[in-house]
Design a binder for this molecule. Structure first.
Ligand SMILES: Cc1ncc(COP(=O)(O)O)c(C=O)c1O
Length: 368
C-alpha cells in the first residue's frame, strides 16, 4: 500500500533529541523551545512565537486570548477541521460560516462582507491543503470594520500570498506540527503574534495562567498546552530543512498535475497567479458526472494499493452542531460537493517518482 503520508526526519533530529536526553531538558523548558519559536516566527515574518501541544490548542488559545464575549461572532469557512469551530465556541463566541471557493477550496472571500454584523469580532481565513486564501480582501474588510484576522496556516507551511508567507499576514496565526505536516514535531503547534501583549497572554494561557509575581496564584483559568523541549528539538531540525520539504511538495504537486491533467472526471488543485501553493496534500475533486463519488473512488484505489483520505465535511453538516441547533437550514453547496467528491492522494515528503507513477496509473485505470 502506498501510504498517504510519511514524515521525513533527518540526523539532526536524532542529535538534538539526544542532546535533550543527555542534558535532562526533556520538559517544557530548554533551548530548543525558544529556538524553534524564534526560527518559526522569523521564517513566517511574525514577531512572536508561542509553541503549544497541537494545532487545536494553538487555535484555542489564539481565539481565547482576544477576550471575546458571549454573542461575539467569528467568520470562518464551513469547509475545515472541527478544531476551528471548537476554538471559537470554547472562547464563548459563535462561528459564522461562509462557503468555499470552488477553485482553491479556501474560504470564498466574496461572501464574508455579507456576514459581518455589529457582533463580528474576527475573521478566520484557513489556508487549505497548501493553497493560500486570497488575503487582501480579508484584511481590507478587517481594517474597515475593526476586526481581528486569525490565520489558520496548519496546512500551508511556507505557502505564499503575493510573496508573503501565510501565517505572517494576520494579527495571530496558528500552525499544527502533527506528523503529516510539512514541519512536524510528532504532535505540536504554534501561535504567532504581531503584538507583544498578545504573545504575553498566549504564554500565560498555555501555562495555566500562573501569576508572575506569585507562583500558584491565578487571576484566570488557563491550560497546560505546553510543548516539550524534545518535540521542539525535532521541530528545529525540521525548520532547518523546510526549503527541501517545500521543494519536494512542489515537485509532487506539479508532477501529479502533469500526469493527471486531461482526465475528464476529476478537477485538480490550482495555483492562482498571486499564490505559491505548497501542495500539502494533493486533492482531487470528482466532477458531477463522474462514475464514482469520493468514497467509492477511495475503495477502488485501496484495492489497487493506493491509500487516500477523504476531504473535510463542512461544519454545517456536523451532527454535534445540528444537535445544538446551530447552522439550521444553512446550505453551502461548494463545501457539500467537496465533502462528497473530494479526496487526497498519497502526498508524503518521502513519496518517490515510482510511487507517484503507480498512483497516477491506478487513478487512470479506475476512472477508465
Ligand atoms: C486547518 C487545520 N487546522 C487545525 C488543525 C488541528 O491540528 P492538530 O491536529 O495538530 O490539533 C488541522 C489538523 O490537521 C488542520 O488541518
Amino acid at each position: 500500500m502506498i501510504p498517504v503520508n510519511e514524515p521525513l526526519l533527518n540526523l539532526n533530529a536524532l542529535n538534538y533529541v539526544e542532546e535533550c536526553i543527555r542534558t535532562g531538558w526533556i520538559s517544557s523548558e530548554g533551548r530548543f523551545i525558544r529556538e524553534f519559536e524564534n526560527r518559526w516566527a522569523s521564517y513566517c515574518g511574525m514577531e512572536y512565537g508561542v509553541a503549544v501541544s497541537s494545532g487545536t490548542t494553538a487555535l484555542q488559545i489564539a481565539v481565547a486570548c482576544l477576550g471575546f464575549e458571549g454573542g461575539d461572532e467569528v467568520i470562518m469557512p464551513t469547509f475545515t477541521i472541527i478544531s476551528c469551530a471548537l476554538a471559537i465556541i470554547e472562547a464563548g463566541a459563535m462561528p459564522v460560516l461562509v462557503d468555499s471557493d470552488p477553485r482553491t477550496w479556501c474560504m470564498d472571500v466574496s461572501q464574508v462582507e455579507a456576514k459581518i454584523t455589529p457582533r463580528t469580532r474576527a475573521i478566520m481565513p484557513i489556508h487549505m491543503y497548501g493553497h493560500p486564501v486570497d488575503m487582501d480582501p480579508v484584511c481590507e474588510l478587517a481594517r474597515k470594520h475593526g476586526l481581528f484576522v486569525i490565520e489558520d496556516a496548519a496546512e500551508a507551511h511556507g505557502a505564499e500570498y503575493k510573496g508573503r508567507k501565510v501565517g505572517g499576514i494576520g494579527d495571530l496565526s496558528c500552525f499544527s506540527f502533527y506528523a503529516n505536516k510539512i514541519v512536524t514535531t510528532g504532535e505540536g503547534g504554534m501561535v504567532l503574534a504581531k503584538r507583544a501583549d498578545h504573545a504575553e497572554r498566549l504564554r500565560s494561557m498555555r501555562n495555566l495562567c500562573f501569576r508572575e509575581d506569585r507562583r500558584f496564584y491565578h487571576n484566570e483559568l488557563g491550560h497546560n498546552y505546553r510543548l516539550t523541549n524534545l518535540q521542539a528539538a525535532v521541530g528545529l531540525s525540521q525548520v532547518e530543512q523546510i526549503e527541501e520539504h517545500i521543494r519536494r511538495k512542489r515537485w509532487m504537486g506539479k508532477t501529479y498535475t502533469e500526469r493527471l491533467s486531461g482526465l475528464s472526471q476529476i478537477t485538480l488543485p490550482v495555483e492562482e497567479p498571486w499564490a505559491k501553493n505548497v501542495y500539502w496534500m494533493y486533492g482531487l475533486v470528482l466532477t458531477d458526472d463522474a462514475k464514482y463519488d469520493a468514497t467509492e473512488l477511495a475503495q477502488c484505489l485501496k484495492e489497487a494499493g493506493v491509500d487516500t483520505r477523504p476531504f473535510f465535511i463542512g461544519m454545517h453538516e456536523q451532527p454535534v452542531f445540528k444537535k445544538r441547533g446551530m447552522f439550521a437550514k444553512e446550505r453551502y453547496p461548494v463545501a457539500e460537493r467537496l465533502a462528497r467528491q473530494g479526496l487526497y492522494l498519497p502526498s508524503g515528503l518521502a513519496l518517490t517518482e515510482d510511487q507517484l507513477d503507480q498512483v497516477c496509473e491506478a487513478v487512470r485505470k479506475v476512472l477508465a
